[in-house]
Design a protein around this ligand. Structure first.
Ligand SMILES: Cc1cc2nc3c(=O)[nH]c(=O)nc-3n(C[C@H](O)[C@H](O)[C@H](O)COP(=O)(O)OP(=O)(O)OC[C@H]3O[C@@H](n4cnc5c(N)ncnc54)[C@H](O)[C@@H]3O)c2cc1C
Length: 466
């Protein structure tokens, strides 16, 4: 095994593999080490891809259930969790096969299934699990892209809880769903999971410590999603969970109300934790041997993902800047450019431009600043809103609820935030991202023409109405 590389990448998720592929294709010798031995990281193994595969089944089921609305006489449809799991596993398998081919046809790239740990800032020890081998490799540059892991609560009984692994892991999903479930945490993973499980017939309760679910997001977005999801899911906010206990296969979640400290209990067939994610810096990585600065929020980086040690980069969830797959990919691309171009590189990462989607039913989108976040920066803004249901597409789809909102800086006239709920919101987030990233004014966005009849028309119409 070669011992010196131009680049070593630790972790083959969205934060790792785009840079690895780009630099290998440009002729650099690249070694990538990942415990899963393939590309995709947690997003493919137990995150974005499988969760949206399950969701797609539930969305379709819901569509068929309202077939009569479209003049269709559909027979009774039933959800079969075993088959939905198989479908989800199949999507994951297809993508793993695609990635295997990508690796095979990329020159100069060596991918090892195993674990990497630093011996110093230029060297890593690699445990090669497939060949039961161990070797030390050095590199000119190293990217740390070890991702994130589900946050744990230090409360009695936390080990009794499920997490996203139980619902979405590749070929390792729970064989049956409970009749009812308590989900701890009302962030986007908790809300998305609750929404799809409720569509599958599970009686779900979300318990959130904060006064609201989807904390930090636009208030109207939160209200709209809560209003809809709340019709299928019981949402309890302002409750601090203190313990989970099991008795004869039933679970008791105990806690107290944040406002008045009153004790409260929930009985349920299953508890799932979705209480956030934290950067993954396992002790086995021996990051302390590199001199890199990090804390519980992740590895400290600048806008080019550079750590305080010049040849070490930290990309993706591990730096805590924006824990989303497409953000990780963007960061990885920036690292690749930085390595290739050095000071001639003029790109940088801005977490606030990254589109966020909430794949509940209905969907939500958020790009850029909310009014509250703008106020925290001392920025005066105006909000402009248009109802989703005014567009032809929403009417054709029979989904009239929801809104689209622009947050516009009063001083510059530029759109600094776009938030919305309703039909196709996740797809709309791509165009919203462009508007915010390019710093368009409503007048400039109003010069765009989006095709009819699609929900994208709401963007240029709202822009022209300002
Ligand atoms: C349920 C769920 C749903 C999600 N849905 C979405 C979504 O819809 N859209 C979205 O944008 N994001 C979503 N995310 C978030 C997304 O999965 C992450 O933002 C993304 O995976 C981050 O990529 P990454 O490369 O930073 O880390 P990861 O994907 O976590 O990859 C890190 C990799 O590093 C490996 N590794 C760690 N330590 C070592 C080591 N010492 N040696 C070798 N390998 C190591 C790990 O095994 C892992 O494969 C979701 C997450 C979850 C949990």
């Amino acid at each position: 095994m070669q011992s010196h590389y131009d680049l070593i990448v630790i972790g083959a998720g969205g934060g790792g593999y785009p840079a690895a592929l780009r630099l290998a294709q440009s002729g650099r010798q690249v070694l990538m080490v990942d415990e899963k031995g393939n590309l995709g990281g947690n997003c493919l193994y137990e995150g974005c891809v499988p969760s949206k595969s399950v969701r797609e089944a539930t969305v379709l089921w819901n569509q068929v259930a309202r077939a009569g609305f479209f003049g269709l006489d559909a027979q009774r449809v039933q959800a079969d969790w075993a088959k939905i799991r198989a479908y989800k596993d199949g999507v994951q398998t297809r993508r793993y096969q695609q990635h295997t081919q990508e690796i095979a046809k990329t020159p100069n790239l060596t991918v090892i299934r195993g674990q990497a740990s630093f011996t110093d800032s230029y060297q890593v020890q690699v445990d090669d699990w497939d060949h039961h081998d161990q070797f030390v490799a050095s590199a000119t540059d190293i990217i740390i892209a070890t991702g994130s892991e589900a946050q744990r609560l230090s409360i009695p009984g936390f080990d009794l809880t499920w997490n996203h692994h139980d619902l979405f892991a590749w070929n390792d999903t729970q064989p049956t769903l409970p009749s009812d479930m308590v989900i701890l945490g009302g962030g986007y993973i908790g809300v998305e999971s609750a929404s799809m499980l409720a569509d599958l017939g599970v009686n779900v309760t979300i318990i959130e410590m904060a006064p609201t679910i989807l904390q930090g997001m636009d208030e109207d977005l939160v209200q709209a999603i809560r209003g809809h999801v709340g019709q299928r899911v019981k949402i309890v906010t302002g409750v601090m969970v203190e313990a989970v206990a099991e008795n004869n296969g039933q679970y008791v979640v105990s806690g107290h109300k944040v406002q008045d400290a009153q004790p409260i209990q929930f009985r349920t067939s299953r508890v799932m934790a979705a209480v956030g994610r934290v950067p993954s810096i396992p002790s086995s990585l021996h990051l302390e041997k590199t001199g890199v600065y990090y804390d519980r929020h992740g590895i400290t980086v600048d806008e080019r993902m550079r750590t305080n040690v010049p040849h070490l980069y930290a990309s993706g969830d591990v730096n805590g800047l924006s824990m989303l797959f497409h953000s990780a990919v963007r960061m990885s691309e920036i690292v690749a450019q930085d390595i290739m171009l050095g000071e001639d590189m003029h790109d940088s990462f801005n977490p606030h431009e990254m589109p966020t989607t909430v794949f509940s039913r209905p969907e939500g989108l958020a790009v850029g600043l909310t009014r509250t976040q703008a106020a925290q920066r001392g920025m005066a803004v105006e909000e402009y809103t248009r109802a989703m249901g005014t567009e032809a597409w929403a009417q054709i789809a029979g989904e009239l609820d929801g809104f689209m909102k622009f947050v516009v800086s009063r001083s510059t006239g530029r759109i600094v935030g776009i938030h919305g709920v309703g039909v196709d919101a996740s797809a709309l987030s791509a165009a919203a991202h462009m508007a915010v990233r390019l710093g368009l004014t409503p007048a400039e966005l109003g010069h765009m023409t989006f095709p009819h009849p699609t929900q994208f028309e709401i963007l240029d119409r709202l822009a022209r109405s300002i």
